[in-house]
Design a protein around this ligand. Sequence first.
Ligand code: ASP
Ligand code: MG
Length: 607
Amino acid sequence: MAAIVQKYGGTSVGSIERLQAVAERVAKTAKTGQPVVVVVSAMGKTTDSLVQMAKEIAATPCRREMDMLLSTGEQVSIALLSMALQELGQPAISMTGAQVGIVTEATHSRARILQIQTDRLERHLNDGKVVVVAGFQGIALGENLEITTLGRGGSDTSAVALAAALKADRCEIYTDVPGILTTDPRLVSDAQLMDEITCDEMLELASLGAKVLHPRAVEIARNYGVTLVVRSSWTDDLGTRVIAPERMPRKLEGLELVHPVDAVEFDADQAKVAMLRVPDRPGVAATLFGEIGRQSVDVDLIVQSIHEGNTNDIAFTVTKGSLKHAEAVAQAIVPALSPDPATCQTEVLVDREIAKVSIVGAGMIGRPGVAAQMFSTLGQAGINIQMISTSEVKVSCAIDAADGDRAIAALCEVFDVQMSSVRERDPDAEATVDAEEKPPAVRGVALDRNQVRLAILQIPDRAGMAARIFQLLAKNTISIDTIIQSQRCRVVNNSPTRDIAFTISEADVDSGRELLEPLLKEMGCGGLVIDRNIAKVSVVGSGMIGQPGVAAKMFAALAQEKINIQTISTSEIKISCLIAEEDGVKALKAVHTAFGLSGSNTVGVRA
Ligand code: ASP
Ligand code: MG
């Protein structure tokens, strides 16, 4: 029988009583005859206390010694839990990461798992023992055997990696919340428990989901098709199933080092509508996309770049077949957008000759260079990027349709993936999807208040410019989120320029500025504007693909609260808006309610 892996977090093993309760639960599963591997975290806030102790000795303690120190936390829990199981008459044995053979790279404090040896584990399981494994740690092979840790929250990753290596039936993550909620319950009291969510949705909800589940754990589950369940340690409730796509068998060597990109996608059936100089005030995007949604035109990418003066540019893509219709709607709406039609400067431009090329893969998370590599690959091939859309698992660029073949070839080569089939939309296939089976358009809503927006003005509009900027940041391990390139092309000193805005985490702002300023001068850019007062609100759901009106509903909810949308960016399953920070919680509540996610079930969250 296939094994089951159960992981218990720090709070779940936070005291002797709780450890004993966990032992009872584990023993109950083991009684059914199914082999059980248990992964545990350090008890309660042990890891934090250990970090604190180190800080009292050194401001920046040596990373090797930190791993030596932090790995002890889990060692306490595994020994105690094994004893508790033995007291219940359940044979059990504890093992450290090194004893199991959880082999990692030799990078202290954030090692990735390379391989897991299963023979020792399996021998104990065959003897009828529960094996209790220390989470968060591994061993790097080489001249010296080094104890490594996987990064904070890494026990989830240990558990899912073990499940992948053992080809386990499923991996259950036991925690102090009932599962994955539709939004952050500390900000929105009527957040609801989700029954299920896909791995991709979970990854896109990073700022919401990462608190519950280590993103690297979700990445492994997605890549190896591990069935994951997140549930409460205190109840028998079912929790949330995190659904992994079915996978071709994949080799287990280099477990976490698999290609960051696993596909290049190409969509030739795209056309662009750009609206230049629309007024910058609440309700404009809602009016525009509301009308487009009412006309049942399905919009794919939407990009609203940073405002210039008191106007914005909004660009979106639709299928070629609906371009005429979309253009007509956009033209018709122009007078309604401006309070005084006489001074209205809005202009609608269309481009039939575009295509969308995307790179896809869960491994982009935490590897800042991947988007930059895409841009530089396109740049080197002399391909100009017209629109950029980035999300956690996908980067898409709208390019000239004529460049399509070259773009695919160059990207497949650089990312070492097979030539992906060219995706032409098949309307019949979409129509046959049963409405009942369709996942909800929006599964969850997240608010991220730790981002700062950087805007680079007047970048020369030539191939390769975005690449230089993002490569420099990537080289210095600064992760970028939500890149937005303006539509408006401004001619400065006889050459066309565009603006690019993006967000980075607060902690990276100062080093980011120091890095960028000299480069921007050298490139002849206009300047760098930093805005710390922003928040990002995002909706995520795989059901939004092919369903008109989802963006409109989000924008309308914000408009009703009189919240101005500063920028918009989308991926296939996510729509994000940057807004003023002080509007963040209000926006989150409004959007959560608008999609019918709030409910009356109180979701107990126990500390
Ligand atoms: N004990 C480690 C931490 O607190 C790992 C974990 O709990 O997942 O980050
Ligand atoms: Mg955790």
